[in-house]
Write a protein that binds this ligand. Sequence first.
Ligand code: MD3
Ligand code: FE
Length: 209
Amino acid sequence: MPGLLPAAPVALGPEAWWLPGFALGRAPALLDAIAGVLAQAPLRQMQTPGGRRIGVAMSNCGALGWTSGRDGYRYTACDPLSGKPWPALPALLRALAADAAAAAGLPDPAPDACLINHYLPGTGMGLHQDRDERDLRAAIVSVSLGLPAVFLWGGLRRHDPVQAVPLAHGDVVVWGGADRLRFHGVRRLARAAQAPWPCRWNLTLRRAG
Ligand code: MD3
Ligand code: FE
């Protein structure tokens, strides 16, 4: 059956790879792991420092979690909602990061943070750089689950041209080194229902501290 086997890796840059279907076989376990994390640290809407709501709902697991509020963006050891440490990083996420980095020919990023993004139809994420981590060359591994989305992959400057990458359920993207500071975003998800999924999940595994 077409679509069930992972396709060949696609280079997006010198140190950036799209691994179509790489996590397909692990998707049910990943969705279970997300549910376990969210039972302890529920999804929440975040705000930009200017007070605008970020469309995507977020949570975290791992030693550090990324939060956003009027005081800016930062990594914290505790969930500001509960005052307790973020839920532990599930072993299968650590293993997925190591396996995906190896498939991309990059060193194991040994992540200490996993940001969970939840997209409903009509939401997206504007072009940005990820630069709140201590080592800005360590690879980030992202896993997409559920509804498909168009990932926008730009250059090192905000107005560089962007390439559109159609990310599907089970796709993984790995980027490090020279590609780590590229601008990127997610086009707003189509409003039309795309069964069988009600939403899109994206997990980004990072070494933040
Ligand atoms: C390539 N998330 O959480 S993941 C983020 O789909 C974020 O939720 C998006 O951007 C999402 O910060 C995109 C794939 C991705 C993410 C960041 C990159 C690829 C990237 C940064 C540089 C290069
Ligand atoms: Fe990002």
